[in-house]
Design a protein around this ligand. Structure first.
Ligand code: ADP
Ligand code: MG
Length: 262
């Protein structure tokens, strides 16, 4: 058996196993193995490490695509000095993802603009970086998707979809009152994830006003809250809107600039 036919068959094996990165690196690695007098196991380890890294990279990219996180901001971008009601230690603890291990839910509650979405999405980024399946949706998106699923006879599949991710982010619960059908879809998603998978939820409604989300159906609201809160971390954010803050800062800077010209 000639070296060149060995080489050809090795290329074919790598192609058959879909190890494209290793196949591409092969000629260079063989040359390096010869010059550096690598042992067989050292050579093989290096070649496989290239493929492992490429596979890991692909998996991460696919997790990131799937997660559909709406912004690139991470927990590190959160300015805690602007939001004294948010405890940095608590957010750091959440960032360890220990809450995911026992399917604890995280609720960010507060008025618009205080960073609820940013923190929820930040946790999503941490989960993806840790190789977990995470998925971001808004309450109204979830409702619309469940509505379509019901019409098209895909209800069970859609429920399985929302049960799948280790971390499900449901943003903006309570901004719009949910029609009864949507409320029951959300209820079912919460129920089937109960004690199995974490939900990170953001809402502008204090827990006492949750009846409103569910058209004053206190039974559904109560049952849902029981499941959500049973094992949960509630982060109440009551500071100023960050958006308003930057508007105000800009307005102030403009005012000063104008005054200094005058
Ligand atoms: P909410 O979901 O509570 O309405 P967002 O998370 O959408 O608020 O925040 C509004 C905007 O302000 C976003 O662009 C967000 O990145 C930014 N923001 C809010 N709070 C902070 C903060 N503490 N540090 C840095 N940026 C912030
Ligand atoms: Mg938001």
């Amino acid at each position: 058996m000639s070296a060149s036919s060995d080489y050809q068959r090795l290329r074919a094996h790598l192609a058959f196993l879909r190890m494209a990165a290793a196949a591409e690196a092969l000629p260079g690695m063989l040359a390096e193995a010869t010059t550096a007098k690598l042992s067989h196991s050292a050579f093989l380890e290096r070649l496989l490490a290239i493929e492992v890294e490429a596979t890991d990279e692909r998996r991460r990219a696919s997790l990131a695509r799937f997660a559909s996180l709406p912004s690139p901001f991470t927990l590190a971008d959160f300015d805690f000095s602007a939001q004294p009601s948010v405890d940095p230690k608590l957010i750091a603890e959440l960032g360890t993802l220990r809450f995911v291990e026992d399917a604890t839910n995280v609720l960010f509650i507060g008025p618009p603009g205080v960073g609820k979405t940013m923190l929820a999405v930040g946790l999503g980024h941490v989960a993806v970086a840790a190789g977990m399946r995470a998925y971001y949706t808004t309450a109204s998106e979830l409702a619309a998707r469940c509505h379509r699923a019901a019409l098209e006879g895909r209800w069970a599949t859609t429920m399985r979809f929302y049960a799948g991710p280790r971390v499900l982010i449901v943003d903006e619960v309570g901004y719009l009152p949910l029609p009864a059908e949507a409320a029951s879809a959300l209820f079912q998603v919460v129920s089937q994830r109960y004690l199995k998978g974490s939900i990170v939820l953001t809402t502008n409604l204090g827990i006492a006003s949750w009846g409103k989300v569910f058209n004053d159906d206190a039974m559904v609201a109560g049952a849902m809250l029981d499941r959500l809160l049973h094992r949960s971390v509630v982060v109440n954010i009551d500071g100023d809107s960050y958006r308003m803050r930057s508007h105000r800062a800009r307005a102030e800077a403009t005012r000063k600039a104008v005054a200094s010209h005058g």
